[in-house]
Design a protein around this ligand. Structure first.
Ligand code: ZN
Length: 65
């Protein structure tokens, strides 16, 4: 079967990842809903995508005291 199993680093849910998913692709945990990125293949590893990486609207300099 073209599936690999990896544990979510946040909640340890077992996730099935298609074999064609390559490094750098983002997936979403179906248990905790966090965004994960494929970090390495063979063995398959994923890392949590920081919230700031996707939602950057709060990253504004407070210049006007
Ligand atoms: Zn999870």
């Amino acid at each position: 079967m073209p599936l690999e199993i990896v544990a979510c680093p946040v909640c340890e849910q077992k996730l099935a990842v298609q074999e064609y998913v390559v490094v750098g692709v983002q997936i979403v945990c179906n248990n905790c809903g966090r965004s994960l990125r494929i970090k390495q293949r063979q063995p398959l590893r994923v890392e949590v995508v920081p919230e700031e990486a996707t939602f950057n609207s709060d990253d504004r300099p407070e210049s006007y005291g």
